[in-house]
Design a protein around this ligand. Structure first.
Ligand code: URA
Length: 257
């Protein structure tokens, strides 16, 4: 009897890990038996209220465009993203990771998506890749905590994909209007596009080892694709090229972008 319970408990745990629940979020267990009744009542009430309208398939990209366009400040954009319910990543994330650093900085860095630490803390690039990112920009005298030469940081996706899986094309597409509005509102002189998924969102293409180092224009601003710091942690040999890219950013800033 005891071993059957052990096996079914283990199977239940593995099933949860497969769904993306790879860590506990509370010390006390949740009484799941209390939930179905409440949830059913809520669903019933919502169905009564909304009627047949919910049967119409919603266009996530179109709704994201309207919500993003309606935001006149970064605070409003943050609120619009928090209210956006059509991206399933939101369901599994603990926090919406919006930004770090100083809005209005000359340089804006676009990463990929929050990892476990970022999801826990609610700020981008706070884990190992974040430390690498700080070291990279410190090498050219700029950084999120450098008062006289700050940077501003965000991600392509604001919610952590379960178990850090790759973003899905539809997730990138529906969050892109928010990312573009974020760039417009932060109004940097220069964009640094880090890694394949940020390139996919802003340039419509991947292949960072080919794209890196060549300036492009994104939303009317100079933008430089660069290797993601997590890639540099795995492939230290790529640091040499990244150093050249960082010097290129520095030169651009010195020229007045
Ligand atoms: N990698 C990213 O692209 N973004 C983060 O916030 C953390 C790791």
């Amino acid at each position: 009897m005891e071993s059957v319970e052990w096996h079914s408990a283990r199977a239940a745990l593995e099933w949860q890990i497969e769904l993306g629940a790879d860590e506990s979020i509370a010390d006390a267990p949740v009484d799941r038996y209390a939930l179905p009744q409440k949830t059913a009542k809520k669903a019933e009430a919502a169905a009564k209220k909304s009627g047949p309208v919910d049967l119409v398939k919603r266009d996530a990209v179109a709704e994201a465009k309207v919500a993003a366009r309606g935001a006149g400040t970064l605070e409003e954009l943050h609120a619009a993203m928090a209210a956006f319910d059509l991206c399933e990543l939101k369901l599994g994330a603990r926090n919406l990771v919006f930004c770090d650093g100083v809005a209005g900085s000359r340089v804006m860095v676009i990463g990929e998506s929050p990892g476990r630490e970022e999801d826990r803390v609610g700020r981008p690039f706070v884990g190992q890749a974040g430390q690498m990112l700080d070291r990279m920009f410190a090498a050219i005298g700029i950084g999120r905590s450098v008062a006289e030469a700050p940077i501003y940081i965000t991600n392509t996706l604001p919610w952590r994909p379960p178990q850090n899986r790759d973003p899905k094309p539809e997730e990138i597409a529906m969050m892109k209007p928010f990312l573009e509005r974020h760039i417009e509102l932060a109004a940097p002189e220069v964009l640094v596009i880090m890694g394949n998924w940020a390139c996919q969102a802003l340039m419509g293409q991947r292949g960072i080892t080919r794209l890196r180092g060549t300036w492009v224009e994104v939303l009317g601003r100079p933008a430089l694709p660069m290797c993601h710091p997590a890639y540099l942690l795995r492939m230290p040999a790529a640091k040499r090229e990244t150093w050249a890219d960082l010097l290129s950013v520095k030169a651009r800033l010195e020229r007045g972008a």
